[in-house]
Design a protein around this ligand. Structure first.
Ligand code: FAD
Length: 420
């Protein structure tokens, strides 16, 4: 049986409904607009926090996320070479409920009734919204035969990251590590190349293996970002880089991958460790709600409102504005979106000139990292976000120990702005 979770029952479910002192607040809350954010990653967690920081008591905010702990994919390649653990990269939502007064619901959204503005959660509960912000991240395009329990992607962090780490740790000298790079656009443009460098460095310089081979099968025609940096590192580590790859299938039991290269005949490669990062698309809930066009979700970049449905906004990796799919960018979009939602709830005009920015730091060994950053602004004539022209963007920094240490300052700030 499904139940409609009204604001009164929501407070009761949170253990607050019986408190007599809450009655005036409850009465006030009855009239408040309710914004529901779906997905507690970089984009959704930031959106819920800033909605409450800026909207205060004028808005009720609920964050729906199935997990009580979020493991950051950012820095997760450092788990593979034992410079960090997944615990170091784990965050909870305590501050969101205790400091900011956000209603936390640990459940997932199964369906969206766009007409009546009601969500159905996995538990069967229904939840009404005035505004909905979808921040479900991304999903993978299927590859025949691929079983992530045997051939990890490690592109959503947590148990997948540790599975890949354990497989790499079990490698012997002379073993073959094969990984794939998805076709653009995908989550974290430098991330796969960074991973190849970290693993090659770990096998060679930490484990002292001289006969291991690292092969990168890239769906793109060339290294997509920081080509000079990663190209030089691949040469230094002896990484076997192969562009223009189309994967046809994977045998997860034998860890072999079948593909074509440059449009040629199919071939198969065996590996002791196979790390397949498939092509990507918007989160499942976006597809289920019919909010995609192709693989991603079109939105108005002034508000991140879907172009296919009113009162539903889509931020983070799922959206299709052609801005990079990064945690820093998701955090940036979340603030534009929170501002736009609050403005429109209050009958105000949207900010007509939003700017966003992104940064990715890439460890290429246990001591050196490079970086890449970009700023985007709204172009009123194209109605799209574009790289800020003439400002030297995108800008990049070569691998250094100084950048390696600054990587932790940058990520510490991003983690705090999102989760603290
Ligand atoms: C190795 C690696 C390195 C990276 N390095 C960087 C970097 O240097 N800089 C950078 O900015 N970014 C980096 N990224 C990219 C960054 O991690 C992602 O772009 C970012 O996590 C996207 O944020 P998001 O909020 O859109 O999605 P996510 O962080 O994936 O969050 C989505 C959340 O939605 C929840 N969810 C999904 N469906 C539902 C549903 N139906 N109901 C309720 N909840 C749901 C999920 O449980 C999840 O918690 C890196 C990624 C990787 C893999």
């Amino acid at each position: 049986m499904t139940t409609n979770l009204s604001r009164r029952t929501l407070l009761k479910a949170l253990g607050l409904g019986a408190a007599a002192t809450l009655v005036p607040a409850l009465t006030r809350a009855e009239a408040l607009p309710h914004v529901v954010v779906v997905g507690g990653g970089f984009a959704g967690t930031t959106a819920s926090k800033y909605l409450k920081m800026w909207g205060g008591t004028s808005v009720e905010v609920t964050l729906v996320e199935p997990n009580t702990t979020y493991v950051s994919p950012i820095l997760s390649n450092l788990v593979l070479n034992h410079q960090r653990t997944t615990s170091d990269l784990s965050f909870d939502y305590t501050h969101h409920s205790t400091v900011y007064g956000i209603n936390m619901i640990h459940d997932s959204v199964n369906a969206i009734d766009k007409t009546n503005q009601v969500l159905t959660l996995h538990s069967g509960t229904t939840l009404a919204y005035d505004r909905l912000i979808l921040a479900g991240g991304m999903d993978f395009v299927d590859i025949p035969g691929l079983d992530f329990d045997k051939v990890p992607h490690a592109w959503k962090a947590g148990s997948q990251t540790n599975l890949l780490k354990d497989q790499i740790d079990a490698m012997q000298d002379g073993d073959h590590f094969v990984m794939t790079v998805p076709a653009s656009p995908y989550r974290c443009p430098p991330g796969p190349y960074e991973r190849a460098c970290v693993v090659a460095d770990y096998l060679k310089n930490t484990k002292g293996f001289v006969n291991c081979e690292v092969t990168v099968l890239d769906a793109n025609s060339a290294i997509t970002v920081e080509a000079e940096t990663f190209g030089a590192k691949f040469t230094e580590y002896g990484v076997n880089y192969r562009p223009n790859i189309v994967i046809s299938s994977v045998d997860s039991d034998t860890r072999s991958i079948t593909f074509s290269e440059n449009g040629g005949a199919t071939q198969t490669l065996d590996a002791e460790v196979l790390n397949v990062i498939p092509n990507q698309k918007a989160a499942k809930i976006v597809f289920d709600a019919g909010l995609n066009s192709g693989n991603w979700a079109p939105v108005n970049p002034l508000s991140y409102e879907s172009t296919q449905a009113t009162n539903i906004h889509i931020i983070g990796d799922s959206q299709a504005t052609a801005q990079p799919k990064s945690g820093h960018m998701g955090n940036s979009q979340a603030k534009i979106c929170a501002d736009a939602v609050l403005r429109s709830l209050n009958g105000m005009d949207l900010n007509a000139a939003p700017k966003t920015n992104t940064a990715c730091y890439s460890p290429v060994s246990a001591t050196h990292a490079s970086w890449l950053t970009a700023v985007y602004e709204y172009n009123a004539s194209t109605q799209a976000m574009q790289l800020v022209p003439g400002a030297g963007y995108p800008a990049a920094g070569a691998p250094s120990t100084e950048n390696y240490s600054q990587m932790f300052n940058w990520s510490g700030n991003l983690f705090a702005d999102t989760f603290a």
